[in-house]
Design a binder for this molecule. Structure first.
Ligand code: HEC
Ligand code: HEC
Ligand code: HEC
Ligand code: HEC
Ligand code: HEC
Ligand code: HEC
Ligand code: HEC
Ligand code: HEC
Ligand code: HEC
Ligand code: HEC
Length: 318
């Protein structure tokens, strides 16, 4: 910020209006010929603002010209901040300068609804078609909570950095992705947005698909089946047994087998004992604990736990 308070001779509004018009026309002619990414300070409609908001700002403002919003024919300052006449034409140094029409940070920031609406003028379709009424806007989260449009590197847009943006609010998931077993999120191979659409979706929990299973099948297609013998909890909802973000029980399991299985299968034949891992029951006439309860327990035999296509696999043993 440089030439602001030293501004005694700001011209009459009419002249300013003409100047603004000229600048706009100029940008229409010259701006259109700019190569993408060309710096436009002083040569276009943005000059209305960059006259004061120049390279001396504490926060980088002009760097927006190196983003997709900055290339020729993309929105200028006023497309997002409004024409902001009061702010631009303010001449009375004794009174505070009124803020621009739309402000996205700091004490003067516009309401969440107004902010979102400003961006949605151009971005209401595609991934944002379910924005309205979804979890984020419903909880006072708006576009600028995640996007830094003035930054050439908007963290939300890169797989490597996106999670940092989410973790500013989602501390539980920050912890979960470092559990012993996890999706390779911390390694940057998978991003939150591979499973979630933070802008809103038709599925539960902002999932990219209509159900948890459909979301998982995006990458684990072999678990979709169809199977000759289906295991109902798997075809219903993978989260009956798995936690998507991370778990200390591999692979991403909610509970360690056999307890995992016994949560649903108890009271029939060999599934019954709700044992603790010690003092395993010795079958009548036997000398050692039932091998069916040892080691990987149930999965030693019921290995096709997601479903079986083997004619003799109704018990998922093959
Ligand atoms: C004549 C100088 C001048 C012009 C022209 C100007 N600004 Fe400002 N702007 C300022 C000053 C000074 C501040 C700091 C205001 C304050 O701290 O009270 C400011 C603050 C802002 C802020 C932060 C507001 C806040 O309350 O946090 C935004 C956003 C902004 N200007 C955008 C614009 C845009 C967009 C334009 C062009 C439409 C523009 N400005 C034109 C001088 C100017
Ligand atoms: C695509 C929409 C968009 C455009 C175009 C845009 N801005 Fe912004 N501006 C924002 C948002 C959003 C913020 C909030 C800060 C952030 O997180 O990026 C902001 C913040 C600011 C701030 C306040 C910075 C602070 O201290 O927090 C100023 C000043 C500003 N913009 C000026 C400008 C000027 C000048 C231009 C034109 C060169 C411009 N903006 C173009 C959206 C936009
Ligand atoms: C006047 C129209 C307009 C407005 C208003 C606008 N944008 Fe954009 N935005 C664009 C265009 C055009 C692109 C480039 C899209 C493309 O090439 O597909 C873009 C691109 C983006 C991108 C992707 C950038 C990239 O590198 O891929 C993000 C994120 C974005 N806008 C966020 C915002 C946010 C947040 C706001 C409100 C603060 C906003 N936009 C306001 C027109 C607009
Ligand atoms: C909770 C965080 C979050 C919020 C809030 C958010 N975004 Fe995004 N946005 C992202 C992430 C992450 C990506 C990159 C992954 C993707 O494309 O889904 C993205 C991508 C984009 C893109 C580029 C990809 C595309 O869809 O073309 C645009 C444009 C965009 N957002 C605009 C907006 C606008 C406008 C708003 C407000 C109405 C908004 N975003 C709110 C996180 C967010
Ligand atoms: C500014 C804070 C903030 C940021 C940043 C943020 N969120 Fe959220 N998110 C919330 C709030 C608040 C809620 C609603 C309350 C809750 O469920 O915790 C929410 C809810 C959610 C939900 C659950 C939705 C539901 O229907 O229950 C998901 C999934 C989610 N966010 C994903 C993300 C992802 C992915 C990112 C990063 C791209 C992100 N969030 C960034 C604040 C944030
Ligand atoms: C492999 C897919 C996947 C990835 C990657 C993923 N999630 Fe999720 N997320 C889910 C599923 C499935 C649910 C719903 C089931 C549940 O609550 O565990 C969920 C639920 C959530 C919820 C709501 C939790 C609640 O208790 O309501 C939040 C918040 C969330 N995820 C944030 C994130 C964030 C942040 C990231 C990135 C660090 C992320 N997720 C990455 C699949 C994923
Ligand atoms: C974006 C792609 C993607 C989606 C969507 C996805 N996964 Fe994964 N999943 C992976 C990758 C990559 C691995 C790691 C594979 C490896 O390390 O060989 C993995 C590994 C796993 C593992 C094994 C973990 C381990 O420690 O060996 C389980 C279990 C798993 N995913 C379950 C799920 C569930 C349940 C869902 C749905 C909520 C889901 N995945 C959605 C990509 C995905
Ligand atoms: C009844 C509990 C249960 C359900 C429901 C379940 N899984 Fe699993 N899953 C397991 C167990 C147990 C293992 C470990 C198998 C082993 O150690 O041999 C596993 C392993 C995996 C693995 C890693 C090893 C492999 O087989 O590739 C992936 C990926 C996986 N599950 C994905 C899914 C998906 C996707 C769903 C939903 C369609 C799902 N699971 C539903 C219990 C379940
Ligand atoms: C969320 C509950 C749930 C969990 C957890 C679960 N199952 Fe199942 N399982 C079912 C249901 C429901 C059926 C179908 C029962 C039926 O058709 O009578 C079934 C069927 C079976 C069958 C075939 C039984 C038959 O009568 O045809 C076997 C074997 C089996 N499960 C083993 C396991 C093992 C091993 C685990 C642990 C890895 C496990 N299940 C975890 C709910 C569960
Ligand atoms: C040593 C191999 C083995 C182990 C270990 C094992 N099972 Fe089985 N299970 C079988 C066989 C074989 C059948 C088929 C028996 C039949 O058809 O009569 C079976 C049948 C079942 C059935 C079908 C209904 C029933 O009771 O007959 C269920 C449910 C089941 N097992 C669950 C479990 C659970 C839960 C565990 C872990 C606590 C487990 N099994 C451990 C081999 C095993």
């Amino acid at each position: 910020m440089s030439r602001i308070s030293a501004n005694p001779s700001w011209p009459h509004p009419l002249i300013a209006g003409i100047a603004l018009l000229c600048a706009t026309l100029f940008s229409a002619i010259v701006g259109a010929a700019d190569a993408p990414g060309t710096l436009r300070a002083g040569t276009s409609g943005d000059a209305v603002c960059t006259r004061c908001h120049d390279a001396n700002e504490k926060k980088p403002i002009l760097s927006i010209q190196r983003t997709r919003h900055g290339v020729a024919s993309q929105p200028g300052c006023q497309a997002c901040h409004g024409s902001s006449r009061g702010h631009v034409l303010h001449a009375d140094d004794s009174a505070p300068r009124p803020p621009p029409d739309f402000v996205f940070s700091g004490v003067n920031k516009s309401t969440v609804e107004v902010q979102s609406r400003t961006c949605l003028i151009c971005h209401s379709s595609g991934k944002r078609s379910h924005w309205s009424g979804s979890a984020h806007p419903g909880n006072d989260v708006t576009c600028a909570s995640c996007h830094e449009v003035h930054q050439p590197q908007d963290k939300a847009l890169s797989k490597e950095t996106q999670r940092e943006v989410c973790f500013t609010c989602h501390k539980t998931q920050r912890a979960q992705i470092h559990y012993l077993s996890s999706h390779p999120i911390a390694a940057g191979k998978i991003a939150c947005s591979d499973c979630h659409n933070p802008h809103g979706s038709t599925g539960p929990k902002l999932l990219v698909k209509n159900t948890i299973n459909e979301t998982c099948f995006n990458c684990h297609a072999e678990k979709r089946g169809p199977f000759l013998w289906e295991h109902p909890p798997a075809s219903d909802d993978c989260s009956n047994c798995h936690v998507a973000h991370g778990s200390n029980i591999a692979p991403l399991l909610k509970v360690r087998p056999p307890w995992l299985c016994q949560g649903c299968h108890a009271g029939t034949q060999h599934t019954t004992p709700a044992f603790s891992g010690r003092n395993l029951p010795v079958p009548a006439g036997g000398t050692a604990p039932s091998q069916q309860l040892l080691l990987r327990a149930c999965l030693n035999c019921h290995s096709a736990i997601h479903g079986s296509n083997h004619p003799s696999g109704p018990r998922f043993t093959r």
